[in-house]
Design a protein around this ligand. Sequence first.
Ligand SMILES: *Cc1c(COP(=O)(O)O)cnc(C)c1O
Length: 389
Amino acid sequence: MQIPPFSLDEQISEIGDEIEEALIRVFRSGKYIGGDEVALFEKAFASAIQTSYSVSCNSGTDALILALRSLNIGEDDEVITSSFSFFATAEAITSVGARPVFVDIDPKNYLMDLGLIEKAITPRTKAILPVHLFGHPMDMDKIMAIAKINNLKVVEDCAQAAGANWRGKPVGSYGDVGCFSFFPTKNLGAAGDGGAITTNDCDLAKTIRELAIHGMPKRYFHTKIGYNSRLDSLQAAILNVKLTRLNKWIEKRNTIAINYISKLSTIESIELPSNNLINNSGHSWNQFVIRIMDNSFVENIKSIAACDFDHQNRDLFKTELHRLGINTIIYYPIPIHLQPAYKDLGYKEGSLPVTEKVCTQVISLPIFPELKSIHQSYVIDKIKEIYKK
Ligand SMILES: *Cc1c(COP(=O)(O)O)cnc(C)c1O
């Protein structure tokens, strides 16, 4: 048996015909930039996220850059965020000239530790950039309260959290701007790159739209140095088909996640994702991330000969799953503050101890809406065997 961490095969057979029809329609129209599909998508996406405006762009990374630029965040400014995220979160901050200031995470949910945010605020702090990592919503009531007291902007990184909500209200509708990615492995994935920004602020939406198209409010009249960052009409056509299924897909992810949690909860040496949200879910389960807490399984694994005993327990566990046909991914093996590209920021090993520890323990189990229950049962059974006493 071979189980992938993520697969689009089933989804392609389910909605392939509908998507191909849409693609042919757009291709034959000869209009590839802007047009009805993009306008339709922006309207539908704003409605899904419950904001007044949505502006599409080329990627989640661009969405973050455009959001920061529209809020005039740049040189000499600091933005508070998490080092336990995809690199683009910090990359966007640096590319507008600002400085990322990382706070450590809460080991229960892998999100920025709410108790540490205020300690990181300096006179240069302009914004908080919460990351709804793996689809787990941050406590946006607390974030917005901290931002309000300290007069800070809030840019939400919702790249992994399309369809997630905090207390029933979608993420991306709380902050000044919400930033989404339609990279193919995200919950709402295009067939290529894509992104969007959500906001309730009419002026911000207008500024973002101008920045995304060369700072050009009128044809060949440029008021800002902007970017070329658009969502292709072909991608918009695909997203229009997929958006109507997003909630159904998240329900399926939720069922899979709850099943993992209930079946794996007897294993003491595995830390499961925090389940304080389960009843009132809100999690979009883009990833199902567990932590391998010790080496209690080592005697049971068969691939040990092929492994080096000095490896981290997590890596041994991953190798054994791989031997059994279960393919997993590590999100993320190295925290952003220890990436070579950021050596000049002044962080060292030990700067963010929880983040650094968690990076050595995490492993993402297969999760996607079409994951077959026999495949999930196989994953669960094999993990139980690995931990059998
Ligand atoms: C995917 C991702 C991004 C970047 O999105 P792209 O569309 O790939 O540019 C940013 N932040 C997080 C947390 C992500 O997972």
